[in-house]
Design a protein around this ligand. Sequence first.
Ligand SMILES: Cc1cc2nc3c(=O)[nH]c(=O)nc-3n(C[C@H](O)[C@H](O)[C@H](O)COP(=O)(O)OP(=O)(O)OC[C@H]3O[C@@H](n4cnc5c(N)ncnc54)[C@H](O)[C@@H]3O)c2cc1C
Length: 450
Amino acid sequence: MAPAAAACCHSPARIAISCSATSSSASPPGRSPLRVAVVGGGPAGASAAEALASSGARTFLLERSPAGAKPCGGAIPLCMLDEFAIPRDLVDRRVTRMRVVSPSNLAADFSRSLPPGAHIPMLRREVLDSFLRRRAAEAGAELVPGLVTSLSLPATPADPYRVHYISSSSSSGSVQGRGVLEVDAVVGADGANSRVAREVGAGEYTTAIAFQERVRLPDAAMAYYDDLAEMYVGDDVSPDFYGWVFPKCDHVAVGTGTVAAKPDIKRLQYGIRARAGGKIAGGRVVKVEAHPIPEHPRPRRVVGRVALVGDAAGYVTRCSGEGIYFAAKSGRLCGRAMAEEWARTGAVTEAGIRSGYLRRWDDEYLLMFRFLDLLQRVFYSGNAGREALVEMCADEYVQRRTFESYLYKRMVPGEPLGDLRLLWRTVGSMVRCGVIGREVERLRRLELQA
Ligand SMILES: Cc1cc2nc3c(=O)[nH]c(=O)nc-3n(C[C@H](O)[C@H](O)[C@H](O)COP(=O)(O)OP(=O)(O)OC[C@H]3O[C@@H](n4cnc5c(N)ncnc54)[C@H](O)[C@@H]3O)c2cc1C
């Protein structure tokens, strides 16, 4: 590895960045600290940077738009508040009622089975992300506002990576311009359009497109959504996903997503607005946003001393489109794995990142992701499956297991009798809903003809 003293290597008269030294528990006395560039300051990057900096690594957290807001529904599992010590006052809404609405407008309410005190926290991403970045900075990470444009790869395992960026800061004595950082390792936490993944040839993945409007509602309408989140399923809102109305501090986020019908996203957005109907009537759209969502992990998540985390790696569950928690978890795991290897051996290696980060990640989550993948294929492939899904969501056993696995991220073993009953109900629902689904489609065709 190149010595740490060369960590900041800026072209002459371009950028002034202070390379403040940090405590170095990741580096035994006499050894230079590990230097890492974390690209992207969302939940994945901020969590990776916090883990690295608090282990003593010299950490640069590069974020192209620190004042921006990632398009996102902002729902997180309850366990994330404790696991990531997120202050309760950052939460906009505590959802205790979750309603799933079928293509034929049958609704299942998820409130009976919510454990006492449990809720789904809803946050605005600009609030969450800036909090996580600030905490990474308090742990010693240096925030670099700038757009990473390319990576120069090392010629030998001892050479550093060179991270090229365009600074967007004009504060604290820096000037806007180009800069370069020399580092021992890179964490690519730069989301679904990851530049880092492209630079190291990590391969492509399929993405969905998600579209969302922030709608400010009249007071009475907003009161209706006080602690209620709605999910709508049906071909009219998404052929392969779902539409949502999620409450935030002073608005609702109304959105939808699709892989199969990306050019139709605006029509699908009209669909979700129509389904929510009178409940969001009189609302004023204050922001429109869209962003890709990865559908599965990248072919390569670790290349040399570069590791991808969060959306850049492809950690979003297909069935629910959930990615915030997995981003933060993967960032933290990856940061810790790099710091541990450095402390143990004085180097970060591809093999070390694979065993310290990838293997542990896959052991913990691969099965959960595959299971949710399967659920999506069974239940979102047509209106019949969606009717069956909503019918099953009314079942208390299904609700309890869903909450357990969503809120606390536990794949709890089922009760044998409960599981048998569930299997029986699933088959029954699929058969019954095949008929209902076909009927809904027939009525919709008639409506279109008329
Ligand atoms: C409309 C929508 C709704 C969603 N709703 C939910 C939800 O309710 N709950 C949930 O759990 N998940 C939801 N998701 C998914 C969730 O938003 C992502 O999984 C999560 O944001 C991933 O975090 P991340 O840190 O990996 O990436 P991101 O949050 O995308 O962060 C990447 C960061 O990198 C920065 N960046 C990118 N390129 C560069 C570069 N070249 N140089 C410097 N910085 C760069 C970006 O500005 C960004 O801040 C939703 C997604 C969408 C699109």
